[in-house]
Design a protein around this ligand. Structure first.
Ligand SMILES: Nc1ncnc2c1ncn2[C@@H]1O[C@H](COP(=O)(O)OP(=O)(O)OP(=O)(O)O)[C@@H](O)[C@H]1O
Length: 583
């Protein structure tokens, strides 16, 4: 059914096919009343299918409901009865008013002009054998015909019109689509009609996909919402970036201000430490409490005992630490000096001091591992290098020991406790001392007694060496059981380790190398003569670049104070009851 197809036809010059006609395909069910069926030939001719015959369609005028037909075999007389039957049963009429006659002529030879197409091209044919009877319509034009060989058989009144004797013109009365067409509509057979041949009008509009309005609203709504979310997100990012910028500037300003330690009141400290609630530990100079600055920075507040030293420790710490900034040195954030209250405020380090991590390697639960120990040793050395050579005024710490090395979350060591430190002139090779100082076991001999040489930055090297050896051995380097007569235990033991006589617990070969390297460097650092100890730069160089077997093992100071022997355990020790020289 060509209900809406605009351009259905058998070929470019053929009439359009639409209601009430329908295009039949071959093998389709027979065309029965009220259907009017057309088919296409191979030569693209349009054929009207009557029950038993086919007539060629020359033209169809849908507005006038007229169809023009011709017989492809050019012999209407042969099909006259079928055509009459068809016209009557389908209620076709003649388009022209009034009765007229059809004359039947018997011709022995008749030269007819035949239409070849609907535009009036003609061809002549003469086939009086297959079609001896010629039908002549009284309306028709006979001028073109040669009827000399014809004899008239009979005349009959006819409902049909033959135009120019070769067109059959018919008007269909049913179905009548004029009403629908006047309203700009098309018509079609009623789908569930009881009376055959009934039609209904319909609008031939392009098929549209019906999208519910709600769907359109929700679609546009979601697009709008999406755009809104993107806009909000973008502005959120914009403002967050601005905030981050602002935070960066604030942090910079804060850091800039913090270049100099802040001054706190005692009330501030109370607030920071929440009334000195959480005590982290206690040292020789005071107690340390945990606290929090307003900006959520965790801090450790050291309340100094103000009974001794006339505030010297305090001045030392604030004076020195306020000036220095290094990743391996504790940062002094602030201080308090109010009446007799003295306090220092540092960054808080959750891992506490190195002392609490010095364990024998066998103690697997607490031992840090050799790699980490080497990393800590290197960090401390770099901190000392900074103090000795890196800042404006060289600083000798004088109290390097595991208590005064704090560890941050990543076990990066931070040298702390500058209470004994001394700011030196540009050439700190010789320092004047007023008293023996430091922590038992780590104090360089020359600090104890000038018999061993001048006090200098090499004193820190000695303390660092002892710290290294303690890290390797994981136990105390002095026997404190009889303080009157303490004995230095470590170096002898370490020498045995280096010689291979003592075995320490290691996981693999690499660990042995680290342990021996730390031990050898430690031994170099604790040479009795300050001049024999390496500078902290050489220590770093050895730690960073050299293999343990490339470093020469130093002489055993416990074998003889002046001995240059390189190897061999010793049983004799120099007297350790040295007189403290007051300067
Ligand atoms: N910044 C800090 N962060 C975390 N814990 C700290 C901090 N400073 C100190 N502590 C803890 O408080 C303890 C006491 O520290 P303090 O420096 O007063 O004493 P010390 O170094 O152990 O001894 P001394 O003062 O005699 O050298 C330390 O052992 C450490 O555990």
């Amino acid at each position: 059914h060509n209900e809406c197809h605009e351009n259905l036809s058998c070929g470019p010059d053929e009439p359009l096919i639409r209601f009430p006609f329908q295009l039949m395909k071959e093998m389709e069910e027979p065309c029965t009343y009220p259907r009017l069926c057309l088919s296409c030939t191979e030569k693209n001719q349009t054929m009207l299918l009557l029950p038993t015959i086919k007539l060629q369609v020359i033209d169809i005028y849908y507005e006038d409901q007229q169809i023009y037909l011709t017989d492809p075999e050019n012999c209407f007389s042969n099909k006259f009865m079928q055509i009459i039957n068809f016209v009557q049963s389908y209620q076709f009429e003649s388009p022209f008013d009034g009765p007229h006659n059809l004359s039947f002529l018997n011709c022995t030879s008749a030269g007819h002009r035949h239409p070849r197409n609907r535009y009036g091209d003609y061809s002549y044919s003469q086939d009086s054998v297959s079609c001896p009877i010629f039908i002549f319509d009284s309306y028709g034009n006979v001028l073109d015909l040669d009827l000399t060989s014809c004899t008239k058989m009979f005349d009959i009144p006819s409902p049909l019109n033959f135009i120019d004797w070769y067109y059959l013109a018919l008007t269909w009365t049913k179905p009548n689509c004029s009403e629908c067409e006047e309203n700009g509509k098309r018509c079609k057979w009623k789908t569930n009609n009881n009376t055959e041949g009934d039609i209904e009008c319909f609008e031939c509009t392009r098929k549209r996909i019906h999208v519910p309005k709600s769907l359109i609203f929700s679609f546009t709504g979601s697009i709008f919402l999406g755009l809104l979310v993107i806009a909000v997100f973008k502005s959120f990012l914009y403002f967050r970036r601005k905030q981050e910028d602002q935070a960066r500037v604030d942090k910079f300003l804060e850091d800039y201000r913090a270049e100099k330690p802040a001054r706190f009141t005692y009330a501030d400290l109370k607030r920071i430490t929440n009334g000195f609630k959480e005590k982290l530990g206690e040292g020789a100079h005071g107690s340390v409490f945990r606290g929090k600055l307003s900006s959520e920075i965790p801090v450790a507040v050291k309340i100094l005992n103000n009974t001794e030293g006339e505030g010297k420790e305090f001045i030392n710490e604030v004076g020195i630490m306020g000036k220095i900034h290094h990743i391996n040195v504790v940062r002094l954030l602030g201080f308090c000096a109010e009446g007799f209250h003295r306090a220092l405020v540092y960054n808080f380090f959750p891992n506490g001091s190195l002392q609490s991590f010095i364990f024998p390697p066998e103690d697997k639960d607490h031992f840090l591992g050799w790699e980490k120990l080497q990393h800590i040793a290197l960090g401390i050395a770099k901190g000392i290098e900074y103090l000795h050579q890196g800042c404006n005024h060289p600083i000798i710490h004088f109290d390097i020991n595991p208590h005064n090395v704090l560890l941050d979350d990543n076990f990066t060591p931070k040298i702390s406790d500058f209470g004994l430190a001394k700011l030196c002139s540009k050439n700190p090779s010789v320092v004047s001392m007023t008293a023996a100082r430091g922590t038992l076991g780590y104090i360089a001999p020359e600090v104890f007694s000038r018999n061993f040489g001048n006090v200098s930055y090499k004193s820190d090297i000695y303390s660092y060496g002892m710290l290294l050896l303690e890290m390797v051995g994981g136990r105390k380097n002095v026997d404190m059981s009889s303080p009157e007569d303490f004995s230095v235990l470590y170096p002898d033991w370490i020498h045995n380790l280096v010689d291979g006589d003592v075995h320490i617990h290691v996981e693999d070969e690499g660990d042995v190398k680290i342990a021996k390297k730390l031990a050898i460097i430690g031994l170099w650092c604790i040479q009795w003569q300050p001049g024999n100890r390496p500078s902290i730069k050489s220590v770093i160089h050895m730690l960073e670049t050299q293999e343990e077997n490339q470093i020469v093992v130093p002489p055993n100071p416990f074998h003889s104070a002046t001995s240059t022997t390189v190897k061999g355990p010793t049983s004799t020790r120099p007297p350790l009851h040295l007189e403290v020289i007051e300067e």
